[in-house]
Design a protein around this ligand. Structure first.
Ligand code: G4P
Length: 324
């Protein structure tokens, strides 16, 4: 899948995180509970120099609770890491977040050593919603500080607790193909960056394997769970399109419309509470993705050495990349 989704302002965000992190005690990484692994920035550990991290699995109301429990256990077992699941209906998330930050950085607190927390996440993960809830009546946005890049802002959650916000950020290259599809299905990337039919096929491949009963409840194709698992994705999309009246001329199914319908149903939670990946699956995808990436790099290097391709162009710097 060809994806163009790293506009200039994301270079700036990356730079801003790198600058700010030097004075940060805890990083809050907001993840989409429906795709925790895929919505985690693979550059995060490098960007945050291994700072203690609170993983917030947001939109838990849309995710499969059993899988959310798996992900929480997975992250809580990592060193220097805590994880909590949240959703927008939680109107008082501050206590859980503040407590977790103090557990991760117990020496901070008080006016002399205020807690300084950086919050990051991919676009659309619900960061603004959470920050607005956290702000409530008490906290005020203090705006940009002199000398600090304008791509972040500081919010005081208490007299000795500062939250530094950063714009939503994706990363330049997707090494795990499954992550590209899951991010696209979730709505994290712009519509022009992917092919809806491809994304709907991949989405259905996951759903028919893991959630066939939910598919039947939504689309009423009159099939047993096993029949879903055995059906080809194209056949399923066609059946769904026919059932839902997504038709083109001559009684044919409009596959594009049917694909858009399945994606919209997933995003709108009309199919049910779904999590597209388990920690085990994602670990497996990541391993395969990294291996394929390393193989690709080796092949490319060989081609370069043999004079079949030119030396790589210098990547654009943040200065030369124009914000969108
Ligand atoms: P961002 O700053 O990370 O880009 O995300 P933002 O808070 O703007 O949220 C993106 C969308 O996700 C919004 O929906 C928001 O309502 C929804 N959202 C945020 N948190 C949760 C949650 O915990 N559960 C659910 N189900 N949805 C959540 P939208 O349709 O883009 O806008 P809106 O019209 O609903 O505001």
């Amino acid at each position: 899948m060809s994806i163009q989704w790293f506009p200039g302002h994301m270079h700036l965000t990356r730079k801003a995180i790198g600058e700010r992190v030097k004075e940060i005690d805890v990083v809050i990484e907001m993840l989409d509970a429906r795709l925790p692994g895929s919505s985690a920035n693979p550059l995060m550990a490098e960007l945050t120099s291994g700072r203690p991290t609170l993983k917030v699995l947001n939109k838990q109301d849309m995710a499969d609770p059993a899988r959310t429990a798996l992900w929480l256990a997975h992250y809580n077992a990592l060193p220097n890491t805590q994880a909590i699941a949240l959703d927008a209906s939680n109107t008082a998330p501050a206590r859980a977040i503040i407590d977790a930050c103090y557990q991760l950085a117990p020496r901070r607190g008080g006016m002399v050593k205020p807690m300084r927390v950086l919050i990051c996440g991919i676009p659309n993960v619900g960061k603004s919603t959470l920050i607005n809830t956290l702000k409530g009546k008490r906290a005020a946005k203090t705006g940009d500080e002199a000398g600090v890049t304008r791509t972040e802002s500081r919010i005081a959650l208490a007299d000795d607790f500062y939250l530094y916000d950063t714009p939503g950020m994706l990363w330049p290259r997707i090494v795990v193909p499954e992550s590209g599809f899951n991010l696209a299905a979730s709505g994290a990337v712009g519509k022009n960056a992917y092919d809806e039919q491809e994304v709907a096929y991949e989405l259905l491949a996951l759903l028919k394997a893991d959630y066939p009963a939910l598919l039947e409840a939504r689309y009423k194709l009159g099939r047993a769970p096993d029949a879903y698992a055995q059906a080809h994705e194209e056949e399923l999309i066609e059946a769904i399109g026919r059932q839902r009246g997504a038709l083109a001329g001559g009684g044919k199914v409009n596959m594009q419309k049917a694909a858009e319908l399945v994606i919209a149903d997933f995003r709108g939670q009309h199919i049910g509470r779904i999590t597209l990946e388990t920690p085990e699956q994602f670990t497996h995808w990541l391993k395969a993705g990294l291996q394929a990436d390393a193989d690709r790099a080796t092949r490319k290097q060989k081609l370069r050495e043999d004079g079949h391709i030119r030396a790589e162009r210098k990547p654009k710097t943040a200065k030369s990349a124009k914000p969108r």
